[in-house]
Design a protein around this ligand. Structure first.
Ligand SMILES: Nc1ncnc2c1ncn2[C@@H]1O[C@H](COP(=O)(O)OP(=O)(O)OP(=O)(O)O)[C@@H](O)[C@H]1O
Ligand SMILES: [Mg+2]
Length: 428
């Protein structure tokens, strides 16, 4: 949008907002002019009819044309008014209130229309002043009102200049804020990747350790068995322990494989709609959040039979991961040694719902209205950046779903996500 377009839009906004006051003031001047012809009934009738026509034309222009064409129409209207009214005043003898139009117009013209308003004011002064003088009005009257018009115009112009300057400053500040927000988002994205990488490293590290231990045990045991005669108790011991060690190692491999699979699904490019098994998405989110909750909470799963949901699977897993992490953090903040995160999924009439309930701190009354605001967090730096729920709501709403919560301080919180089955406008 160009600066001129923006100015024009603001002009229309401002005039629309102050239209009632301006119209009322104009009406008062009209009535004063008509009233000043009281007693001379022929002139009174001309004044009444003439002003009714002018008022109607002005009403139509301000309602129908100014919003569509902006300041330019007002310029044309002012010239029209001056010419038609000057002709009318010849007939009714130039009563004093007709001169109020000049300062009135200077006050009500907004400067967003640019230079044209100045030109129009000058034309009005010349036309009305000239016509008045030609009709025999005492020169002092037009002179005094033209002077007043100039003063009104200068004051209005300076005030408008100040407002424009303030608007420009606020535009600049808004742009700077948007840039800073973008930079912050990027930094937080990197931080989130770091957290995810640390979580994955931890998830893989533990099974790798017992895979390593088990394989060392197998290597030593097999070495002993193959190395020569062993005593029978040792053989019996190895026979009992070797299969268990191999089972532990393959269990570890399965855990690593599961983590890598979950990670792969998280890394799927977002914005792609596919048929998603929401229960599997819950499992994936839980696997990747293991490090966040395992020390503080037990997970109770109650998963119903669900239809496949057409949605952006990576984004939905991100939503669930955020909810589980929040639940774990809320439990960690209580005095209890351990808590419970209950994850429930249910088929609903036209979609599926997933509930994540925790026995954590609950959400304080004052925070409830803000938890979905971007960057709202009650957590210290490094623990929370206030983005998960804002992102979660955006994602869920993008799918035509909703996210709600109930909470009780000291008892816990339940978040519920509803997704319609044929959800999606997945690509954002
Ligand atoms: N289950 C919950 N129990 C209690 N408070 C919660 C819960 N979930 C969210 N909140 C509150 O809502 C705030 C916003 O949550 P959100 O997940 O958006 O940000 P965060 O957890 O602070 O940071 P991050 O972006 O790293 O997740 C939290 O700081 C917390 O105060
Ligand atoms: Mg969070």
């Amino acid at each position: 949008m160009t600066g001129a377009d923006r100015d024009d839009r603001r002009y229309v906004e401002l005039t629309t907002r102050s239209a009632r006051l301006i119209n009322a003031m104009a009406m008062v001047i009209n009535l004063m002019i008509i009233a000043s012809t009281w007693g001379d009934w022929q002139v009174f009738a001309i004044a009444a009819i003439g002003h009714t026509v002018v008022v109607f034309v002005n009403w139509y222009v301000s309602v129908a044309l100014v919003p569509r064409y902006g300041a330019r129409v007002d310029v044309a209207r002012a010239v029209f008014n001056t010419c038609v009214c000057s002709a009318l005043y010849q007939l009714i003898g130039w009563p004093l209130p007709v001169w109020f139009w000049l300062p009135f117009t200077a006050l009500t013209f907004q400067e967003f229309g640019g230079r044209s308003s100045l030109v129009v004011l000058a034309i009005m002064c010349v036309v009305q002043g000239g016509a008045g003088l030609a009709c025999g009005v005492a020169p002092l009257v037009p002179l005094a009102f033209v002077g007043l018009t100039v003063v009104c115009h200068v004051v209005a112009r300076q005030r408008t200049a100040i407002i424009r300057q303030m608007l420009a400053t606020s535009d600049r500040q808004r742009a700077e804020l948007a840039r800073a927000e973008l930079e912050l988002r990027q930094a937080q994205k990197l931080e989130a990747i770091g957290r995810l990488a640390a979580g994955v490293a931890h998830e893989i590290n533990t099974p790798m350790q017992f895979i390593g231990d088990s394989l060392s045990f197998v290597r030593d045991g097999v070495g002993d068995l193959l190395g020569g005669p062993c005593d029978p108790t040792e053989v019996a011991y190895l026979r009992a322990q070797l299969p268990a060690a191999i089972a532990r190692a393959s269990d570890g491999v399965a855990r690593v494989a599961a983590t890598v699979r979950s990670l792969g699904r998280f890394a799927n490019p977002g914005g792609v709609a596919a048929e998603v098994d929401v229960n599997a998405a819950i499992h994936d989110a839980l696997v990747l959040a293991t490090r966040d909750y395992e020390l503080v909470a037990d997970v109770a799963l109650d998963l119903g039979t669900l239809p496949l949901v057409t949605c952006d699977g990576a984004a939905i897993r991100q939503v669930l991961h955020g909810l589980v992490t929040n639940a774990a953090q809320a439990i960690a903040d209580t005095d209890a040694r351990r808590g419970t995160i209950a994850v429930t999924s249910r088929r609903r009439r036209d979609g599926v719902s997933i509930a994540v309930a925790d026995t954590g701190t609950g959400i304080a009354e004052a925070a409830r209205a803000h938890i979905f605001d971007p960057f709202f967090t009650t957590k210290p730096v490094g623990r929370g950046s206030g983005q998960s729920l804002a992102a979660a709501r955006a994602i869920v709403e993008r799918h035509g779903g909703r996210i709600t919560f109930v909470t009780e301080v000291g008892k816990g919180t339940t978040f519920e996500v509803f997704l319609p089955v044929g959800a999606v406008r997945a690509a954002a």
